[in-house]
Every structure is written in C-alpha cells, then in structure tokens.
Design a protein around this ligand. Sequence first.
Ligand SMILES: [Zn+2]
Length: 710
Amino acid sequence: MRTKKIDPKPARYPVGAGASESARPAQAAGLAVIILAVIVLAVSGCKGREPAPPASAPPDYPIRPVPFTQVTLADAFWAPRLETNRAVSIPFAFRMNEETGRVDNFRKAARLMTGPHKGRRFNDTDVYKAMEAAAYSLHLHPDPGLEKSLDELIDIIALAQEPDGYLYTTRTNDPANPAPGAGPERWSNLRVSHELYNAGHMYEAAVAHHLATGKRGFLAVALKNADLLLRTFGPGPGLRRGFPGHQEIEIGLAKLFRVTGRRAYLDLAKFFLDERGRYFGGRKHAPDDPFSVYDSDEYLQNHKPVLEQDEAVGHAVRAMYMYAGMADVAALADQPEYAAAIGRLWANVAGSKMYLTGGVGARHTSEAFGDAYELPNAEAYTETCAAIGNALWNHRLFLLHGDARYMDVFERVLYNGLLSGVSLSGDRFFYQNPLESAADYERSPWFEVACCPPNMTRFLPSLPGYVYATDGDVVYVNLFIAGRGDLEAAGRKVTLTQDTRYPWDGAVRMSVAPDRAGPFELAVRIPGWARNAAAPTDLYRFLDAPAGTPSLSVNGEPVPLDIRNGYARVRRTWRKGDAVELALPMPARRIVSHDAVAGNAGRVALQRGPVVFCLEGVDNDGRVFDLFIPDAAPLRADFRPELLNGVVVLAGSAVAVSKDPSGKSVESPRPFRAVPYYAWANRGRTEMLVWLPRAAAAVKPPARLDRTVD
Ligand SMILES: [Zn+2]
C-alpha cells in the first residue's frame, strides 16, 4: 500500500499570494482510475446506451468528494432542515414555478399550450434548479409524488427542445418576439441573453437527476443541447466566438464531462473562460436602460483575461461561478495556471472582501464586489446565491489543494450567510443578507428575479456530498454532521459514522469500520476557530485569549495532534470498532476586524464554534442600537430547545446609552441576549446587529435603506 508523505516538491497547483507553503501535489494518475470507476459505478444499472469510457483516464481533482449518494445524515441540526427543504421548500418552488408561468413557458415551447412567454429571459433556470433540488432529495428520501412531478416535467422539457437541441423557452416559443435582452437571433446577444446560463443550469440538473435516479431522459436532453454548443462555438473555422454574460455554462459542461468522459465538453468550458477579456466594451445602452450595466466589462469579469485577474470585481454571483468553473478546468483539464489565478483571487476575497458571515458582494449597485475592505453592514448586499457560489468555489479549492482553510471558509458560509437565506419554515427567502437592520427587512416568499430560493433549495440536499473526501489512503472528515458515510480508502470499503451535537457542542464521536483491517490515514479538520484563527487571513482575529485546545483520542487513548494543512492526521491500522473522539472547546469568543474595515471600527462580533451571533430587537426590549458590550463582560452560552427550532443563545450584561432630560448621556446596565445570525428575522421585522459597539463612542442609530431588489 502506498504510504503518502508531504511532498517537498513545488505544488502542481500553485495557490497564489497568501497561500500556505505546504500546498499538496496532485496525484491524478492513480486517482483518476478510481474516479473513473466511481463514474462507471454511478451510471451502472442504468438502462440504455452508456457512453464509452475514454481510452485513458482523464485528470481529475486530486481529492475526490464522497458523493451525496454515499452519505446519509442523522443530524439533529441538519436532518430537520433537509426534511423541511423536502417537505416544504421543494414543493413550494415547484408551485411557484407553476403559478408564475415558468413551467408554462416550457409547455408553450412544447406546443402543449399557447400564449406568450411570461417573465424574464432567465426564468427557465428556476425550473432547472428546483428539478436539481428534487433529484438530490429523491435520493435522500424516496417520494413517488415528487418523482412523478419530476418525470412529467422532464417529458415537457424534452418536448420543448428544438430538433437540433436548442432550448430557450422565450425564443423557442416565439422566435420573432423573445423577451427583452434575448437578442433578435440565437446567440446574437450573449452578454445579456443568459442563453448559456440557462443551459448550464439544465446540465447541472440533468446530471444530478441521472446520478440520483439512474434515469437517462433528462441527461439525453442536456447532451443534445451541449452537442449543439459543440457544433456552434469554438476556435475552429466556421464556429462562433464569444463568452456568456453570466457564467454557469462552464460548471455545467464540466459536470457533463465527468459523467460522459467526453473531453470536448471540458474544452468548450475552457474556451468560454478563455474568451473573456478579449473583446472589450459592450453595446452602448442609454444610462437609464436596464441593460446598460452589461456595457461594463468589470461587471461581467471581462476586464482582463481570466488568467490575469487577481482582484474580485463586478457581479459577485458571476464571479463565484466563474472561479468555480476555473477550478474545474484547473483540475479536469490539468491547467495549473487556472489554479494559480483563483489562488490569487481567493487571497483577495478572503483577505479583504468577505464578511464574517461568509457573504460576498458588498454593493447594491450592480450586486457587485466593492473595493478592498469595503464591507458596510446595513448596506451589505451579500446575495444568497453569492454565498452558495462562495461555498461551491471553496470546496473545489479544497479538492485541489487539500488545505483545511478552504473548508473553514465553506463552514463559515454554510452556518451563517448561506443558511440565513431561508426561513426556519422553509418558504421565505432572503435575496440580500445584511449584517444590520433597522427593523425594515424580512424574508419574502419569492422574487420576480427568483434565483436565490431555488438555489438554496438545491444546495441543501446536496450537503451530504461535502462531508467527506478521499485521496488514495487518506480519508478527510470536513464537516461535523452526525450520520454515516460509505467510502473507499486504500482499496478497502470503510464505513465512517459520526455522532455529534455540532454546531452547539464541539464533541464529535466517530466510528471507523473498514471491511478488513489495514493502514490508512484519517484526516480530521481542526477548524480555524478551534486553532485560534478567526479567519485564514488577517481580515478577522479573535480579541480574547483562547480557551482550551482541541484533543483527539482513539479507543480512549489520547493521540498527539499532528496537524498539517489544518487536518489532524491519524495514520494507523484501522479495525472495525475503532472509535475516535474529537473534542473542540467551544467558548463564545469576541472577534474584531482589520482596522481598514470602517464600519466595524470600535466594534466586536460574537462567535461560538462556527456560528456567528447577532442581537435582535425581539430579545432585547425592541432596541439594539443603544447598547454597547464592554470587553470585560462575561458571555454565557445556553441551549434553548424551544427557541428558533433549538439554538444556543449568548447572554450577558450590556450597557444602554440614553440621554437625560438635560441632554446629558446616561449609561445604565441592561442584560442582552444574542441569537445565531442565520436564525434572525424568523420572528417578524426587528432590529438586528452583528457588529456590536465596544464602548459608548461607537453607539449610533441604524442606517435606513431602500432595499428594493431587482
Ligand atoms: Zn440569487
């Protein structure tokens, strides 16, 4: 059995500025065989013609995730959320897609009904994302009714598809009168049309459906569409050049490549990336034209070739999807310079453009990244889709480099700025996720531009696929979620189970059960917050002293913590029945931000484990903007099972600042209670604040904003 050591040679995938020195080298060749085997396994049992495997195994991520199909959750925190997603959010998304005419657009394109296309040119994606959600969910929980709805929808989509594979309901239905922005002909307005964005979401949904159910009907529609793109776009003679105004096709094509092994799909993904930064300046729209934003090259990340980009600019969701697509090309097409570019971009985002909640995209204007350290709290745009994109991107960076800091970011996003996007009831959603509110904002059932709700709905049931990963004889435990993973390590079948009350408690009990005894390495992520690193950069730091260090034991015997790249490594001969106990001390901690973040000056945020807290008016006599919390005030943590589906609350004594009749400032003690940020605004509109004044000088009234979404 191969024994792996940290390789002193330079990493094959350089990670750019601010990167760890010990980024790991790739071991694609041997792993690719395993990955191919997994793909073949995943499609086996399916009826019909299978794609022939390529003659030699293609490159892939050096680390491969244990797919969602091999992980089951039995977790007190996540299982009820996934059940709410299945029972409420997915049916709600299906219903909204019906009620708003999004499904009818496909029926009209299929000539099953007549009438004009309704809504925006990208509305097809809300149907695809709900279908992707349903596919993941069907694997988690068989549901004949949902499966029937999905099959009916796939039949409609197949009927709607044009004979050559094209499908964009607004043009397919009425080519002479497509929706505004679609352009007069196919592909004639790629910057604005979202034709390729729509296709990318179709591919993701089709692949998820195929992997979850083994059925091929939806995948066949996607492949027919992708084959049309292969005949239409590329550098060759007679083919079109250009790039899509909204990235997403790159991720979708990479997924088709992984399912089929057909290299042309991956080459096309790379082509679309490489076309950016070559053709500057869009069509000139009048400043008051709703499409004038598309004239900006920065908005579309078209200001430079992607390999030269080193600062996150423009529309945040577009950027996140592009960086995720670049990671796919880096790994699957063996293009290390793409990894170098996203390494630089990661250092920029994690170092100066990411909120403590993991949210990205500070500006309302153009839903865009701001300048370095431009992280206003009330004004924070932090779209839910951008948080999801940040998670997708960081997971891919982990798969490239095996460094826990990427999963630290993933976890920060997951438990905070991503999860805040959906209500506890499962049928209300945030588009923006600000860090301060003057009781003027709450979740909505749906939006005219409805990207966020179905994006949340598809992400949550895919969560099991992010818990574990393997690399030859190394098993990574990335997330602490109770349940079971069936995986392979060093040629053995291994069942790994976790039992934990995370994120409320830092005790994690794992059992490791290989089918036969043998040596392999268990790599358990020790989160940055447990290693006294509030962030993997100097953007955030703990204010208070660390309380306790993590510990690990095997079969009751303490093992020394051998932490490399953020993972505690235990290499031994594992036998069925082996028990691992991880203890992560989880005190409530104070965090301060880099001095350059103006809005956080003189302020502190509260975090316990991976969970960021906030003060809500409903818990604090209706007011949170007249308080400060002295640095010396003790913080008490209590689990409250009856509150917000069961949360830990932090409590202590704050100081309220008021004016006496003569106008003089008066300070008086007042108890405060903080709740997890993700759970805010589930009890009506109420004041909310994450970054809390440390002294009277920082106390100020809330900003009042117009939060109109478009
Ligand atoms: Zn969105």
